[in-house]
Design a protein around this ligand. Sequence first.
Ligand SMILES: Cc1ncc(COP(=O)(O)O)c(C=O)c1O
Length: 412
Amino acid sequence: MSFDVTKVRKDFPIFERTIRDGKKLVYLDSGATSQKPLSVIEAESNFYKFTNAAVHRGAHQLAEEATDSYEGARLKVANFLGAKEEEIVFTKNATESLNLVAYAMGNAQPGSRFALTSKDQIVVTEMEHHANLIPWQQLAARTGAELKWFEVTPEGRLDLSAINSIITENTKVVALTHQSNVLGTINPLEAITARAHEVGAVVVLDACQSVPHMPIDVKKLNVDFLAFSGHKALGPTGVGVLWSSVFEELPPFLFGGSMIETVTMTSATWAPAPRKFEAGVPNMAQAVGLGAALDYLTEIGMQSIFDHEVELTGYLMNGLLQIPELSIVGPQNTDARGGSVSFTVGHIHPHDLGQYLDSQGVAVRTGHHCAWPLTRKLGVPATTRASLYLYNDESDCDALFAAITGAQKYFA
Ligand SMILES: Cc1ncc(COP(=O)(O)O)c(C=O)c1O
């Protein structure tokens, strides 16, 4: 292990508390949201304590400092992704980032590369989080475009065998997740982006579960849009990111202050990106907190975090598979897979299991994980999901194994 998890945990105030009558907090729900190091909490609160003012507007020192902090956070995000500052838009979360793209495409003038008609197709996958499915369903409904998708194999991988008939000359958008929040599967982007670009479609990548966990260089991904949420990457809630290299060609989604160039009583023109997509006073303190989160991750090193998680995922899966009647849903080994591990345990309903695990201090997620079509396809009503991050270690996995065994006795 290339960093010291015990030392890392000391940076996170929440691990000082206990839960359920003095039990150690075993937090295995980072796929839903991550915990925050003190440096992030302080960066956000220091913004309010010392710098608070509306950015890009006031003619005073605080406004100048607030603008520097906010734009400094944008530069940190850009550096983290290997991108340029003007390619980074701050949103509320990944859900808003993805909706931004879908709504903005809906606003595109007829004839633009982004405008859709009933002759066009939108391609998604069966393993999408609702955040990267429903906006496209709705865009299809508004424009008459056809929604198509890649299916998921029983092993939890995308079935690309019919790629050329799924992505066709009529495809305008291919929207997919980088890493499944349910299965942990890391999708093979190369074949998909190559085919999408061959037919002139844009690729929208939901990187919610990849950006926090692995090194990302947008230049190497060959996608057109990438979305992630700050709160899953040690950052505050209320801030997300949308990266794109084609912002200039996309019309705005929200209209109002800060996003304009000129305004008359009857018309307006738009500021260049990223301002064009950041109408209103933005989430300044949260963006600054996200900047601190990315500093923290960078200091530890994304490759080290990824390696740690792969090793720990192997330990987690091995231990889970020793438990009688437990089935892991999705890839059964650590090849091209991240640290979200979903499973079922015999006849015990995941909600009952989650409650029992909670009574033992183990926090997991249960349900369909906002990917209902996927759980339906997998033929399970719901699953229990343990998801790992840099502050987890083998003792957390051991606590989970012991609690599941306890649940089996309790529900026998
Ligand atoms: C793969 C994936 N996409 C999108 C989202 C939506 O993220 P948010 O709720 O922060 O917008 C999530 C959250 O769980 C996710 O796991």
